[in-house]
Design a protein around this ligand. Structure first.
Ligand code: FAD
Length: 365
């Protein structure tokens, strides 16, 4: 089997979905694949009200933003084909990809590809970190909020960024006892509003601490923690055990970048963006002119910026095939303006530096 598309979009999260909607509405023939049974990416498990831009979806639950994007995609009667439960497994040669559907392996030929594969959760090195009962925060959200399954009865959260704090609160709402939140930094990483919610319920947030080991034979029965000094070194004789049957790691995300490497896109390690990312020109085009990037795959940020980056990628991929378009230019100008204001101020500093590095380095390629 072989399929043809002008614009092939990998990933149906907010980035890929927005890119596909824009490119199809402008008139490109688009094929979108996602390996999940439902469109929306991370949003399908995010039951909390979103932080982000007040002009775009802040205060709305992630699942509702996903629903809005799904309906927008469904309303496009022509040009957009969506194939769920399907993984893009490799890029071969110029403009060829392999996809794995539930039935078979197929070839896709394309003029442009937009990769919006999102991110993978980071793990941590500590003794016994492969015991059953140790999960990433995203996995816990999928279990609870998508499948209605509690991961355990007493859980220890590692990481006090927004994800750790939000997932702790969701665990409490689901009736799971959260025995504490451990944080290596001397201060809480996430927003105070999220931290206050769990502190009010008596959950200790142990800053300046880390996990030394998970304890148990066949599964988690506890965790040993210890204090850290200002150089993040363990303070001797400060170890203590906490009893729990589950450990949740919320220690960051890294962009999912294998497909860019297969497409020979030039990559750069940018800590501010979460790790290795493809160089791109500010219009989301990588060093391989057929390949565009959007969302967390271009650097870890959040859903609003993923949507806006996806809109730019969709519009520019369309223009690269069909020539300049005032509609496409307006989409890019609006999205770029919103991105600029979202990334302004001291909180946007790190991301702005990271983004500038990625676009400056491609100019010198
Ligand atoms: C717990 C948690 C809370 C968050 N809260 C907020 C918040 O309040 N506000 C906010 O703005 N952001 C929040 N975020 C971040 C936000 O969810 C992400 O930034 C956003 O979803 C990134 O969108 P994306 O489209 O790049 O990736 P994703 O949403 O991850 O979508 C990528 C999609 O691509 C699919 N995919 C990957 N590889 C392939 C492949 N090879 N073939 C086919 N499909 C593939 C994936 O399965 C997934 O469906 C939160 C994240 C988490 C984990």
């Amino acid at each position: 089997m072989s399929r043809k598309s002008e614009v092939f979009v990998v990933g149906g999260g907010p980035a890929g979905l927005s890119a596909a909607i824009v490119a199809a509405k402008l008139g490109a023939r688009v094929l979108l694949v996602d390996d999940n049974p439902m469109l929306g990416g991370q949003l399908v498990k995010q039951t909390h009200r979103f932080f982000g831009s007040s002009a775009r979806d802040a205060g709305i639950r992630g699942i509702s933003i996903a629903e809005k994007l799904r309906m927008e995609a469904q309303a496009i009667k022509k040009n957009l084909v969506v194939q769920l439960n399907t993984s893009a497994v490799g890029f071969y040669g110029e403009g060829e990809a392999g996809i794995l559907t539930p039935e078979r392996y197929e070839k896709v030929t394309y003029e442009r590809v937009i990769v919006g594969t999102g991110a993978v959760e980071n793990s941590l090195n500590f003794e016994n970190n492969d015991l059953p009962g140790i999960y990433g925060a995203g996995a816990v959200q999928t279990l609870m909020n998508v499948h209605g399954i509690r991961p355990g009865k007493r859980i220890l959260m590692v990481g006090s960024g927004n994800i750790g704090l939000i997932v702790s609160y969701q665990l409490l709402q689901a009736g799971v006892e959260v025995v504490g939140v451990v944080e290596a930094m001397p201060t809480i990483g996430g927003y105070l509003v999220h931290a206050s919610k769990i502190r009010r319920l008596g959950i200790p947030i142990m800053t300046g601490h880390t996990i030394v080991s998970a304890n148990g034979d066949l599964g988690v029965t506890g965790a040993t923690l210890c204090q850290l000094d200002e150089k993040y070194q363990r303070v001797p004789n400060t170890e203590f055990e906490i009893i729990c049957d589950c450990i949740c790691l919320a220690v960051g995300l890294s962009p999912l970048i294998e497909l860019f490497q297969q497409a020979s896109c030039k990559m750069v390690f940018v800590p501010e963006l979460g790790g290795l990312v493809p160089l791109q020109d500010g219009n989301m085009r990588t060093s391989n002119p057929r390949v565009y990037v959007a969302g967390d795959a271009s650097g870890i940020e959040e859903a609003t910026t993923a949507i806006l980056g996806g809109r730019i990628a969709g519009a520019r991929a369309f223009e690269s095939l069909h020539g300049p378009s005032s509609d496409a230019q307006k989409i890019v100008d609006d999205a770029a303006g919103e991105l600029k204001s979202l990334r302004s101020g001291s909180t946007g500093n790190r991301i702005r530096w990271g983004r500038e590095r990625v676009t400056q380095e491609i100019a010198s390629c």
